[in-house]
Write a protein that binds this ligand. Sequence first.
Ligand code: XMP
Length: 323
Amino acid sequence: DWTTGNVIDEQVAAIREQVGDKRAICGLSGGVDSAVAAALVQKAIGSQLTCVYVDHGLMRKGETEQVEKDFVAATGVQLKVVDAEERFLKALAGVSDPEEKRKIIGREFIRVFEQAQAEIIADEGPAVEFLVQGTLYPDVVESGGGTGTANIKSHHNVGGLPEDLEFQLIEPLRKLFKDEVRMVGQELGLPEEIVQRQPFPGPGLGIRIVGEVTKERLDLLREADAIAREELTAAGLDREIWQCPVVLLADVRSVGVQGDGRTYGHPIVLRPVSSEDAMTADWSRLPYDVLGRISTRITNEVRDVNRVVLDITSKPPGTIEWE
Ligand code: XMP
């Protein structure tokens, strides 16, 4: 008979048995799945687990702190945070093409993550033989079963990693659906903001700036995004919408007027969607007063933004993200 308590007890026992006195590593993305997987494994093996969080500087306002403080406070997990903002910004400098951005971010991410892994492996202590992943049941079905091991190739040029090191995978969420994962997370005492988190793409705000990604533009978008999230939450709409990308059209300017002066600033796009699985989506019919508050606040509070526009395209033909 299915209860979150049973699932947790079963998994904790299985993980203890599997890991023995060895060590495990888990990458945290800030998302629900990796957080719940890590919390479960932490409950099972405590300090034998080390989590790695790569801060690529493309996160939204408060998200890195959420992992660094709230997640650690709730779980007591051992966490290695790598501040890689400068490295990512450097790699992204001058790049506007969406696919190229995605490739660069993915490549840098793997390099930074593997470097951190190598450092953990090099630490004193028992061998690190396990890699924790937040694979869910739908992921297992989609990929036709999975292999059970992860091969860390030597060609990433990180140094310190044995050639073709093989990790055994720990995937404690393999039998669960998303809503069940959220219930387990809640039972494990994770903060509401992490457990109920909406989807957010791995490349982060890097693919929500149409144009080159710079620190200044990221800061600007972070402010606009934080305002939109704040107002949606205040209006009680978080559960109704699937997600709401906020996009900066950095390569576009339009004329506006503010106070006594003419402005020539950038538009911000709101992209609220409703969806079941992100394969298809419809634009959310948000109340006008909520949209109005978001627009007024963004144009008043965010420097260089003088226009807010609403994306009313379904998917298809639009995708949820703009890049
Ligand atoms: P699209 O834009 O393809 O997005 O309609 C579908 C869903 O996937 C998310 N998304 C990503 N998630 N890495 C991720 O982890 C990515 O590179 C990525 N690109 C899009 C998007 O936010 C939406 O939920």
